[in-house]
Design a protein around this ligand. Structure first.
Ligand SMILES: C[S@@+](CC[C@H](N)C(=O)[O-])C[C@H]1O[C@@H](n2cnc3c(N)ncnc32)[C@H](O)[C@@H]1O
Length: 265
């Protein structure tokens, strides 16, 4: 699906190969014959999200990680401008909300996820000085998308965008309500939120449930109705579920459920 676009010398090609094959990836990307070993491979799933055409629109991708969705918005859905933001500092520090009690466990996990110390030379051949995969894919695929370090809890300094998108982040936050409100302030047309591991056992009752998960890197399992109610109370209109899908977590082998919810300004 994804092609090699930018002319490179042999050194650069070998650096790219190293980062693809030995790096730590959240999503599966394809580069010539190479595939990154992502936790999630969206290549057969991405259309299932039913994200509308973004032609001519500006998009803010909040919690963009390696830029898989930013790339999709720009390349396939024809967005005019895409800014990806993420709280990741790319120094091995913890990039998620964590209770103090879990900090040590999470610090060890996050440190081990940062591939910069192992691949520093390869990154520097490409003129990159940290392990930010968004900037890596931007560079090798020659993409007109931008990255900024920022937290969903404070989007004040950013421009407003026609579309805001937040994928698989809400459930990791200790305060999803403030996060949705921040998205609302930045949205000019509509907002799309993809929620993973929802609470859906009592879907039939349509209860607005946030079930505390007790896990170290995960706060709440949100029901569809909880997310809908939060979006509506914050001010979004015409709030609706636009799709549901399942995707395999390739690290742990389990299927994860998702729903995708849409709201207009
Ligand atoms: C589970 S990943 C989801 C990546 C991608 N959006 C997707 O849908 O596959 C969550 C991302 O949110 C980022 N993140 C965590 N807390 C954040 C915060 N407070 N503000 C912005 N990004 C955050 C993490 O660094 C991580 O890259």
């Amino acid at each position: 699906m994804i092609k090699y676009m930018k002319p490179m010398n042999n050194n650069e090609i070998s650096a790219v190969e190293k980062i693809f094959t030995k790096g730590n990836w959240y999503h599966t990307f394809e580069f010539n014959e190479l595939r990154s070993h992502g936790t999630f491979d969206y290549s057969e799933k991405i259309e299932n999200l039913k994200i509308p055409n973004l032609s001519g629109m500006s998009v803010l991708d909040v919690g963009c990680s390696d830029g898989y969705f930013s790339y999709y918005f720009k390349d396939k859905l024809k967005a005019k401008k895409v800014l990806g933001i993420d709280y990741n500092q790319y120094d091995g520090s913890v990039n998620f909300d964590v209770l103090n009690n879990f900090m040590e466990e999470q610090s060890n996990k996050h440190r081990s996820h940062n591939d910069y110390s192992v691949l520093k030379e390869a990154y520097s051949v490409l003129g990159l000085n940290d392990s930010n995969k968004f900037n890596f894919i931007k560079k090798i695929f020659n993409l007109d998308i931008e990255f900024k370090k920022a937290s969903i809890y404070n989007l004040e300094d950013l421009d407003n965008f026609d579309v805001t998108f937040c994928g698989s982040l809400l459930e990791h936050l200790r305060d999803p309500l403030t996060a949705i409100e921040q998205l609302y302030f930045k949205t000019k047309e509509f907002c799309i939120i993809d929620v993973s591991n929802p609470f859906n056992r009592l879907n039939i009752l349509q209860l607005p449930i946030l079930k505390y998960s007790g896990a170290s890197g995960h706060f709440y399992r949100l029901s569809e109705n909880a997310t809908k109610l939060m979006m509506e109370k914050i001010g979004f209109k015409n709030v609706q579920i636009i799709s549901k899908y399942k995707i395999k977590n390739l690290k742990h082998g389990n299927m994860q459920k998702h729903f995708v919810i849409y709201g207009e300004k």
